[in-house]
Design a binder for this molecule. Structure first.
Ligand code: MN
Length: 148
């Protein structure tokens, strides 16, 4: 787990995003999904794992029906403090644009390997079992998010 990439991409004198640090793993892990109006509108799925928020950018709206799949591009780990961030990332800064919290809640990881994570979400919009996995034929950072 490392926040080096996250911190290198941002100027904390210019953005209100948290600089953050690696936290102790919470007893009640959380997830958050940000809706992000950057150069391309997308959603950011963030799962609390080992003291950071593992993050994926999801270009289409997150899957709500069983069997729905969405491409999810893995991005840099974000600090746990990012879970409550929302606001405007200024012009010229990485990810410039509006960020809102689209959903959040409890996270339960039920299975985890290098290339796949199974989990249960208890959010307002997303509830139930999900999986995210990296198909071996896909680009390195491309994963699939699936509603079970
Ligand atoms: Mn984003």
């Amino acid at each position: 787990m490392s926040l080096t990439t996250y911190q290198k991409k941002r100027k904390f004198t210019k953005t209100l995003e948290p600089k953050g640090k690696i936290a102790k793993g919470g007893k009640e892990p959380i997830f958050v999904i940000h809706e992000h109006w950057a150069s391309h509108h997308h959603y950011d799925l963030r799962l609390e794992i080992e003291g950071v928020l593992k993050s994926w950018a999801v270009p289409k709206s997150p899957p709500k029906k069983a069997g729905e799949k969405r491409l999810a591009i893995q991005v840099e780990d974000h600090p746990l403090a990012y879970k409550s961030f929302h606001g405007i990332i200024p012009e010229g800064q990485y990810g410039a644009g509006k960020v809102e919290i689209w959903d959040k809640g409890k996270l339960e990881i039920t299975e985890k390997t290098t290339n796949s994570i199974k989990f249960i979400l208890q959010g307002k919009k997303l509830k139930g079992k999900f999986g995210i996995f990296h198909p071996p034929t896909f680009d390195k950072k491309s994963w699939l998010l699936v509603k079970k």
